[in-house]
Design a protein around this ligand. Structure first.
Ligand code: AMP
Ligand code: MG
Length: 423
């Protein structure tokens, strides 16, 4: 039996960063940039108004105040998307909307609120008089967004390796890019094993249970950015298992659930040994001890042989989810080129006592809350590895180290946050 660290190291050593592909920017959300992105344009392209107002020459407002306005002649109006051909000269102003390019001759924009426009509108029932009063002294450059102040042409805007978040999608769009080179998402083939399993949507005969692992696994894969490929259910025979695994041979990773314990019908590791090689079997953790990991021999499109990492997770629904979190998630993130493989952890005061009878690392389902500036954890209730609703109630996993036979209420523990939310 190996430690969680040794097991994780082995799993990570079997996977590599995947190749990159041109991806529509919206689909690339959560992926890692595989190219340096330079800008071919200035953003904004031209000096433009930051406010609705009047484009003027600042020196025309020398001595202006609410009691002594500077009166200027309004010679044009310009909206965002248009360019005024008229030049602002001393004593004149051009009415300008936010985003519109600043006309030639103007050096600042005075906002409507600092003019007598509102008064004039009321006095003349909406019609404009051809003149505007400026009610204060304006500094040169006021309310002008400079060309290139966000992005300058030819500069590096997003570096290779950046994780694409909504802001990066927006930045790419602002450069006019519809596609970007990003590290591909791993395709993860998911196969559940067990004679007791019935497909959801089917009637449930006596002695059978619904196949839930396929769906919790597919959801976990999708949540960390992978593409789940559901292979369905394999029965507890070598034939059925081998046939199921063959279906997944063009995937980037294979995940099976069940059939890795020491029972009569647990044949995943035998098949894994025959169809590839076993990296390890059994990890010093609870839940999840009978985890099997290795790689299955396959061939790529060109006929060259290759190996697919295979995680043989135990069948219990909680074990499946916990072992995915600890091993599959970091492996998939590594394949996607991510560097941040670990979940956020916090130190929390535990409200319950946990006993650890056999020297394994225990991951208990817990509800972690922040009160003041401290975190507090309490267990979700019964911790059986078949009680899937305990995962549904939990937002984190409290870790009890293998060398601790007991953690008392009130002690400080590490909690792995499955849902990271400060509140
Ligand atoms: P195994 O590791 O194959 O011995 O499975 C352990 C237990 O997990 C089984 O007795 C089932 O109750 C449960 N189990 C196995 N596979 C699934 C599945 N796909 N969905 C829900 N429960 C499962
Ligand atoms: Mg089974």
């Amino acid at each position: 039996m190996i430690s969680v660290e040794e097991a994780l190291e082995k799993v990570l050593s079997y996977v590599e960063v995947l190749d990159a592909a041109e991806t529509p920017i919206l689909d690339s959300l959560g992926q890692v940039l595989a190219e340096d992105v330079y800008s071919g344009i200035n953003i904004p392209p031209l000096d433009n108004a930051a406010m609705d107002g009047y484009a003027i020459q600042a020196k025309d407002t020398e001595g202006a105040g609410s009691e002594s306005p500077s009166f200027l002649r309004v010679i044009d109006t310009v909206a965002a998307g248009s360019i005024s051909e008229t030049e602002v000269t001393p004593g004149t102003a051009i009415r300008i909307m936010t985003g519109a390019p600043v006309p030639r001759g103007a050096d600042s924009v005075v906002r409507f609120e600092d003019t007598d426009e509102e008064e004039r509108k009321q006095a003349s029932a909406g019609g404009m008089s051809g003149e505007i009063g400026i009610l204060c002294k304006i500094k040169t450059g006021l309310n002008i967004r400079r060309a290139g102040e966000d992005v300058t042409r030819d500069s590096l805007v997003l570096a290779k390796g950046t994780v694409i978040r909504p802001a990066e999608v927006g930045v790419l769009a602002s450069l006019g890019r519809s596609r970007v080179k990003a590290v591909r998402r791993p395709v993860v083939a998911i196969l559940s094993t067990g004679n007791e399993l019935v497909n959801i949507d089917q009637p449930l005969p006596a002695g059978k249970i619904y196949n839930s692992n396929t769906y919790s696994l597919a959801a976990l894969v999708r949540r960390c950015g992978g593409i789940p490929r559901i292979l369905g259910i394999a029965r507890d025979s070598e034939e059925s298992l081998v046939a199921g695994l063959r279906e997944g041979r063009d995937a980037d990773m294979l995940i099976t659930s069940g059939g890795v314990s020491a029972g009569d019908y647990d044949m995943v590791k035998d098949v894994l040994a025959r169809e590839g090689e076993i990296g390890f079997w059994t990890v010093r953790m609870k839940p999840g001890k009978p985890l099997a990991f290795g790689r299955i021999k396959s061939t790529d499109k060109g006929g060259a042989s290759r190996y697919i990492p295979h995680l043989g997770l135990p069948g219990n629904p909680v074990s499946v989810m916990v072992t995915f979190e600890i091993f599959a998630r970091p492996a998939l993130l590594k394949m996607m080129g991510r560097k941040d493989l670990a979940r956020h952890t916090v130190e929390a005061t535990l409200a319950d006592r946990v006993v650890n009878s056999d020297g394994r690392r225990v991951y208990t389902r817990a509800i972690i809350e922040k009160r003041g500036d401290k975190y507090f954890a309490r267990l979700t209730g019964p911790q059986g590895s078949g009680i899937l609703t305990s995962m549904s109630r939990a937002n984190g996993l409290v870790v009890v180290p293998e060398d601790r036979a007991e953690v008392k209420a009130g002690e400080t523990v590490q909690a792995i946050m499955l849902d990271w939310n400060e509140a």
